[in-house]
Design a protein around this ligand. Structure first.
Ligand code: ATP
Ligand code: ZN
Length: 286
């Protein structure tokens, strides 16, 4: 019987929706009617394990799973023997140190001798070691942000995305320890059959991630401006140019990176392009 790649993902939490969406985009539909702990994919030689996110790095390191999708913060905190293969572009957040709003702060040295509460003692310990600052770290597993208010610690180190939780607890963010997002991790050693399955999985994931970072753009351009418009377009190859029914005009199609999008649009308009249409791309197979 041919092998299946075992993929561990978070059973429920902040990673689950985006993970399910990504898998669905590469043709792996997750259905868990009875909240099973394992699911076998019909269209790919894959078995999905639904587990607590904190257990994913350990399972992959021990070979219980071959690959996993988990926050980089959890991987670095646990420091397991795994390979971090790809950043997946979702669950973006940062691990930050925060202090009561009124406390003066000019740099990490101001934290010398302080008590800091966190669920990330490993990452935070290494951070202060690098900084050469001595602090006492209190490991607590949840509701870290209330620790200063109840007199448990002088400050905290926790996951932040918008910062609103900090503000509503009278805290201010003073240092970023880590920028994190979801990552694909794999066991150090995989036999050739599983390694080939992993390559296919990564190739498909890349085609979806690249597509999300690009837009397809169509516009009408007077023939006299085509050369200038072509120079502006940072497409993969030369753009497609097709004649319009109106004499002297063409339709120009290209692919542009999302991050340069508005700059490119403005330059195209200046060059004489009209009637621009911008369309999302589902997959990009290069
Ligand atoms: P539990 O283990 O009890 O399920 P958890 O706090 O470990 O809870 P989640 O809250 O679901 O798990 O968070 C999972 C991951 O999502 C975190 O490890 C982090 O990488 C990311 N994350 C956490 N908070 C945010 C946030 N506010 N915005 C974006 N990503 C976040
Ligand atoms: Zn967790």
């Amino acid at each position: 019987m041919s092998k299946r790649l075992r993929l561990a993902i978070q059973s429920s939490g902040r990673l689950s929706d985006s993970t399910t969406e990504l898998l669905s985009a590469i043709g792996i539909r997750i259905s868990r009617p009875d909240r099973k702990l394992r699911m076998v994919s019909e269209h790919f030689a894959l078995e999905v394990l639904f587990v607590r996110d904190d257990d994913i790095p350990g399972y992959v390191a021990d070979g219980v799973a071959d690959v996993g999708i988990v926050g980089e913060n959890v991987v670095l905190e646990k420091n397991p023997d795994v390979r971090v293969l790809d950043r997946l572009g979702f669950a973006r957040c940062r691990l930050s140190i925060a202090l009561p709003k009124a406390d003066p702060y000019s740099g990490p040295k101001d934290l010398e001798g302080k008590h800091i509460a966190t669920s990330y003692p490993g990452l935070l310990g290494r951070y202060f070691e690098q900084q050469g600052v001595n602090v006492t770290i209190h490991e607590i597993s949840g509701s870290v942000e209330i620790a200063p208010g109840i007199g448990l610690a002088d400050g905290i180190c926790d996951i932040v995305s918008s910062g609103s939780t900090l503000i509503s607890n009278g805290l201010k963010e003073v240092e970023t320890v880590l920028q994190s997002e979801a990552v694909l991790i794999a066991s150090q050693e995989l036999d050739p059959e599983l390694a080939a399955l992993l390559d296919t999985l990564r190739f498909r994931i890349q085609s979806v991630l690249k597509a999300g970072k690009h837009r397809y753009i169509l516009m009408n351009v007077p023939n006299t401006a085509i050369e200038r418009v072509t120079e502006i377009l940072p497409g993969m190859r030369a753009p497609t140019v097709m004649p319009l029914a109106t004499e002297g005009w063409s339709s120009v199609h290209s692919v542009i990176p999302e991050n340069t999008f508005w700059d490119v649009i403005d330059s195209l308009k200046e060059a004489g392009a009209e009637g621009m249409l911008v369309i999302p791309i589902e997959k990009m197979v290069l």
